[in-house]
Design a protein around this ligand. Structure first.
Ligand SMILES: [Zn+2]
Length: 285
């Protein structure tokens, strides 16, 4: 949906009564953990989970998992933190081939990360990231895929590239958004979505942003991955935590959580476009 539009009255019955987690790394769980993660997500009304690779190899695992699990849908990409050098033509070729798979709904996780540890391997690191980002946006364009992007300590540069590449026309979302109202407005004004995650539960400025931006621009995610640094296994972030983020957003805006669910699911389907058709079918089933 675009800003200002209301929910389509002819939405398929059922599909807006489930959440979508538009960005996770559940491919990093081992095979013994995954069934429990998916079961707990289903019990929390999370009907569809996008699993994003961070390298060509993990993107291939994401695609394989999506074929094996009806609630999982894949995103493919090379994460800027994982580059460690120029993205090779071999890996670009693998990502391009994966992007055509019917289980793939987005290019992710791609973007820019200019924190010192991500730039430490050499002077060309920032340039490598920008080249890799543009090459992967090109893959997204060729396959009609949404771009769900990462930006850390690189917001202005990342938004410049998104604008230059006309990602808004392609469809996109700023993942794990923690920026200012002005940065959120810049993302929304270029036709992209704001993806909110658990930082909404604790960051006052993000709560202010989330209360003010149009609900039609918001999608939800957990960015979940195995967290062995948390000793209590029950405290690991999982897709089942989506309702916590949704409830917080509902409280901030003074609306019912069911309204947040309906709107963010509709927004997720709008974000994924035609490539999200199987995901939409899954929610409506
Ligand atoms: Zn991520």
């Amino acid at each position: 949906m675009r800003r200002g539009e209301t929910h389509a009255p002819d939405s398929a019955p059922g599909r807006n009564r489930l959440f979508v987690d538009i960005h996770t790394h559940v491919e990093q769980y081992d095979d013994s953990e995954l069934p429990g993660v998916l079961q707990r997500a289903a019990e929390a009304d999370v009907g569809a989970i996008v699993v994003a690779g961070v390298t060509a190899a993990s993107s291939a695992r994401a695609v394989a998992l999506a074929h094996a699990n009806p609630a999982l849908f894949a995103a493919v990409g090379a994460h800027p933190q994982d580059l460690g050098g120029p993205l090779s033509d071999t890996d670009l070729g693998k990502l391009d081939a994966l992007a055509g798979d019917e289980a793939v709904v987005a290019m992710s996780e791609i973007g820019l990360d200019f924190q010192p540890s991500s730039l430490s391997y050499g002077d060309q690191a920032a340039g490598d990231q920008k080249t890799a980002l543009r090459a992967q946006i090109s893959i997204a364009r060729n396959h009609d895929l949404a771009v769900i992007w990462h930006m850390r300590e690189a917001t202005a540069e990342c938004l410049r590239i998104m604008r230059d590449e006309k990602v808004g026309g392609l469809r996109g979302a700023a993942h794990y958004f923690q920026g200012s109202y002005d940065e959120a407005s810049a993302v929304i004004d270029m036709g992209c979505k704001i993806s909110l995650a658990k930082p909404l539960l604790r960051l006052p400025w993000l709560q202010d942003v989330a209360a003010r931006i149009p609900l039609s621009a918001v999608v939800l995610e957990t960015d979940s991955f195995p967290q062995p640094f948390k000793k209590n296994r029950a405290k690991w972030t999982e897709p089942r935590d989506i309702p916590l983020v949704a409830q917080k957003l509902a409280d901030l805006r003074g609306i019912e959580v069911s309204e947040v669910m309906a709107a963010t699911t509709e927004n997720a389907l709008s974000l994924l476009g035609a490539r999200g058709e199987q995901l939409a079918t899954r929610l409506g089933a």
